[in-house]
Ligand binder design. Structure first.
Ligand code: IPD
Ligand code: CA
Ligand code: CA
Length: 259
């Protein structure tokens, strides 16, 4: 496990280097949807990560956002977002990261998230601690929603679907101290894990957005569930993560907005 975690860290840092070097430079922007972007740097980042992992573990499955992954033959599965925060990146807004998780038989065993701008490396191993640059991190101790700073995001189909998070945003902004929409779900989760945010919720995310971050929150002492407080699954479409202390209050507000 240690060796694989080392490979994940190496891949995240190599990819992070590419992201940082190209930030603010002229990049190629493509569209997966009207407001869903992909850049040549997403692909470069993905390629280097896949190359590093395949080189070491040729039979492992690799699930990636941009489809450069590998089917593999073993039950070992890597789940990768090569650039979480693509819209930010395309605008030169320095809030984005690389996210890599390792899953075996349905369990996330470790997660690595790297922000190359702040040189912040978040790591967690299942059943052990969560760390930022090698130092143990803990969730915040805020115990009231009204004193909490929350984070969220909105799905790319927000104009076509009524299930677009606006109702939850309206309800929670009236109940919390503040809400931020920073544009990187993986970093939002890390910030819950280390106490910069007290809670985070979002819908219609993909496994690569949440696989590493959800483990990092749990190993930092936080809670992760669906909007009703039930079991969380990285392949499902709802995530609520918090320091645990405000979880129930967030569930109560989220339930009000559910049809
Ligand atoms: C997106 C970011 C954003 C979230 C979106 C995600 P991407 O990932 O995490 O914060 O609101 O729903 O899809 O497309 O930049 O990898
Ligand atoms: Ca993402
Ligand atoms: Ca991405």
């Amino acid at each position: 496990m240690r060796e694989m975690l080392g490979v994940a860290i190496e891949a995240a840092k190599e990819a992070g280097k590419i992201l940082k070097e190209n930030l603010g430079k002229s990049i190629e922007i493509g569209f997966k949807g009207e407001i869903n972007l992909v850049t040549d740097i997403d692909l470069k980042s993905e390629n280097i990560i896949v190359q590093i992992i395949r080189n070491k573990y040729p039979d492992h499955q690799i699930l990636t956002e941009e489809g450069e992954g590998h089917k593999g033959t073993s039950s070992n599965k890597w789940i990768i977002d090569p650039l979480d925060g693509t819209t930010n990146y395309a605008h030169g807004y320095p809030c984005f990261c690389v996210s890599i998780a390792f899953e075996k038989n349905g369990d996330i065993l470790f997660g690595v998230i790297y922000d190359p701008v702040l040189d912040e490396l978040f790591t967690a191993e299942k059943g052990k601690v969560a760390c930022l640059n090698g130092r143990k991190i803990r969730v915040s101790s805020t115990d009231k929603l009204i004193h909490s700073m929350l984070a969220t995001g909105f799905p790319y189909d927000l104009r076509e679907s009524q299930n677009n998070n606006l109702i939850h945003f309206n309800n929670l902004i009236m109940s919390a101290q503040a809400i931020r929409r920073a544009g990187s779900a993986a970093l939002d989760l890390c910030y819950v894990a280390m106490g910069r945010f007290d809670g985070f919720w979002e819908l219609k995310l993909s496994p690569w957005d949440v696989a590493a971050g959800s483990l990092i929150v749990r190993e930092a002492g936080g809670m992760v569930s669906d909007f009703k407080g039930g079991a969380f699954d990285i392949y499902s479409k709802e995530i609520l993560a918090s320091n645990g202390k405000i979880h129930y209050e967030m569930v109560q507000v989220l339930k009000r907005g559910m049809v």
